[in-house]
Design a protein around this ligand. Structure first.
Ligand code: IPM
Ligand code: MG
Length: 373
């Protein structure tokens, strides 16, 4: 068995949390013998520095992704490269790699943890038991439509961005939503702004067609403004939510606040490259290439201090085991080990209650590895 993993540690706390995820995979390998090999590439601000300002996404990084079985990303960005007018910016690495590897389906699971309900700004009875999977379209819409530019207009400076979707882009991501809902509570909520936008009317039309072919899964559509409200009013009612790129960007930040801490939330960005893979349990499963990253950012204020929470990165690695390596047993082991570390009462600074003792990044990673052994 072997699995080639691309590592993009990036900036800020990215390298610290990625290192813990890698150490957990290595510890897991002692039992599961998946045979990991890791190869690293520099992206984001680190790449801007390394290339003398030329690019945030060197070619080596995209090439590495093309040949890997899965990829782990830390985070990119920081105050050093923050000038929004700069022509080369760390975020270009994220957008570039998503587009280059066609990672069109961004999965952002949001699950509240009983022992941490107090961390949410919402009432415990509202967030208890929330288990949502948001699927955000990631390679289309207003993020990539052309024209997108600043220019001189008749009344002075003007700017334009373009929201464009074709039906195949909508269909493939909505199909992912139905496939995954079938393995969960069998409900899909599609979010759009069909009362105003043409792209949303197409989105709804195509989503309804996909729903008609998947009648075993319940389907509803909601306008995005209403969704923003229902998400904090009755979050337990949602199972799988699927939406276009910009709406998904906004709604996933909102959804991330349901559990109270971003430090526990992983994500997966899946592409079209599918294959069959024989797992260590002897079962052959369909797998899909994906890039996995914690949804928290580079947190420059705590970078280098060794206090960041590595659990979102570790849970991202678990998602990789499940979706890209076809190793559900290893994924479940890793998730259980994270639960065990939390159940022992270990808390990194972001999770600790006022006055409670916080453990370091390494101590938390080590607690997960101890639970694996
Ligand atoms: C995200 C981020 C990115 C996005 C930024 C950093 C470009 O907000 O992954 O949600 O808007 O997609
Ligand atoms: Mg965002």
């Amino acid at each position: 068995m072997s699995a080639k993993i691309a590592l993009y540690p990036g900036d800020g706390i990215g390298p610290e949390v990625t290192a813990e995820a890698v150490a957990c995979l290595e510890a897991l390998d002692a039992r599961h013998r998946i045979g990991f090999s890791f190869e690293e590439a520099t992206i984001g601000g680190a790449a801007i520095d390394a290339t003398g300002g030329k690019t945030a996404l060197p070619e080596q990084a995209t090439r590495l992704g093309e040949t890997a079985d899965g990829a782990l990303l830390g985070a990119v960005g920081g105050p050093k490269w923050d000038d929004p007018k700069a022509s080369v910016r760390p975020e270009q690495a994220l957008l570039g790699i998503r587009k280059h590897l066609e990672l069109f389906a961004n999965l952002r699971p949001v699950k509240t943890v009983e022992s941490m309900l107090g961390a949410s700004t919402l009432k415990p009875e509202v967030v208890r038991g929330v288990d949502i999977l948001v699927i955000r379209e990631l390679t289309g819409g207003i993020y990539f439509g052309k024209p997108s530019e600043r220019r001189q207009g008749p009344k002075g400076r003007e700017a334009v961005d373009t929201m464009l979707y074709d039906e195949s882009e909508v269909r493939r991501v909505v199909e992912v939503a139905f496939d995954l809902a079938r393995q969960r509570r069998k409900k899909v909520t599609s979010v759009d702004k069909a009362n105003v936008l043409s792209t949303s009317r197409l989105w709804r039309e195509v989503a309804t067609e996909v729903a008609a072919r998947n009648r075993d899964v319940a389907y509803e559509d909601l306008l995005v403004d209403a969704m923003a409200m229902h998400l904090i009013r009755r979050p337990k009612d949602f199972d799988v939510i699927v939406t276009e790129n910009l709406f998904g960007d906004i709604l996933t930040d909102e959804a991330a606040m349901l559990p109270g801490s971003m430090g526990l939330l992983p994500s997966a960005s899946l592409g079209p490259r599918r294959s069959r893979r024989k797992a260590t349990d002897g079962v052959e499963r369909e797998v899909v290439f994906g890039l996995y990253e914690p949804i928290h950012g580079s947190a420059p204020d705590i970078a280098g201090k060794g206090i960041a929470n590595p659990l979102a990165a570790i849970l991202s690695a678990a998602m990789m085991l499940r979706f890209s390596l076809g190793e559900p047993a290893a994924a479940a082991d890793l998730e259980r080990a994270v639960d065990a570390a939390l159940a022992r009462g270990l808390r990194t600074a972001d999770l600790a209650a006022p006055g409670e003792k916080a453990v370091s990044t390494k101590e938390m990673g080590e607690a997960v590895r101890a639970a694996l052994r």
